[in-house]
Design a protein around this ligand. Structure first.
Ligand code: HEC
Length: 205
């Protein structure tokens, strides 16, 4: 059932990307890459800035991280239900060359702008992101993901990412459905309130 729903959502979205015409960002791409980016764009937006919070923004994401994720969907090691329903099939079609080209394309797109939210929540989240929670030995996340959440190498950009998507990933990693030994260790003791604050802060960047 879940697969049928995702195929229906996918076709409807693909239609709207095609109907909206090729984005200027797509023009310089070779035909195969362009075709692939259009199909990814049905969910992630043609330039990697997605309009729905279920679908992560890929624009300005770091290329090494994008490559690692596409390979993890392809080898099925990133295996939460949404990864299975939406990304396993897509990634199974990609060879290493296409994975690098896609990663380079999205890394070069301008990032999605931050979205404001509750200023109280955002300032609590900033504190956790920049300072960690020393009482529980939780390190500052800024040390891996960059002072402004801009990412560093294989540590993903988090700035401007949809809060509901980040929330879901943190819960999935906390529950060990997405294999990430480093992240599992550093977020396992975060409370739900701290997680909600951090994701609101990151979305606002
Ligand atoms: C039918 C919708 C859909 C299509 C088409 C799609 N994706 Fe995704 N993609 C998703 C969803 C949903 C997730 C989040 C999965 C999860 O929650 O684990 C995702 C996650 C990702 C991620 C991980 C991002 C992160 O921040 O960890 C990457 C990279 C990605 N997709 C790239 C692509 C590429 C490249 C294509 C085209 C070849 C593509 N996607 C096509 C729905 C889609």
């Amino acid at each position: 059932m879940r697969h049928i729903v995702s195929i229906l959502v996918y076709s409807a979205l693909l239609h709207s990307v095609i109907a909206s015409g090729a984005d200027a960002a797509l023009n310089p791409l070779n035909p195969l890459l362009k075709k692939t980016v259009v199909s990814c764009g049905a969910c992630h937006g043609a330039n990697g800035r997605s309009v729905s919070p279920i679908f992560p923004n890929l624009a300005a994401q770091l290329a090494p991280y994008i490559e690692l994720q596409l390979k993890a969907f392809k080898d099925q090691s990133r295996a939460d239900p949404d990864a299975q329903a939406y990304m396993w099939g897509m990634a199974s079609q990609l060879n290493d060359g296409m994975i690098s080209e896609l990663a380079a394309y999205y890394a070069a797109q301008p990032p999605a702008p931050g979205r404001g939210g509750s200023s109280n929540l955002i300032s609590q989240g900033k504190q956790v992101f920049e300072g960690g929670v020393p009482a529980h030995n939780i390190p500052a996340y800024a040390s891996c993901h960059g002072d402004h959440g801009q990412g560093l190498d294989a540590f993903p950009r988090l700035a401007g990412q949809h809060a509901p998507y980040l929330l879901k990933q943190l819960l999935v990693i906390q529950n060990a459905l997405r294999t990430s030994p480093v992240m599992h260790g550093v977020i396992k003791d975060l409370t739900k309130d701290q997680i909600l604050a951090v994701v609101a802060y990151l979305e606002s960047l």
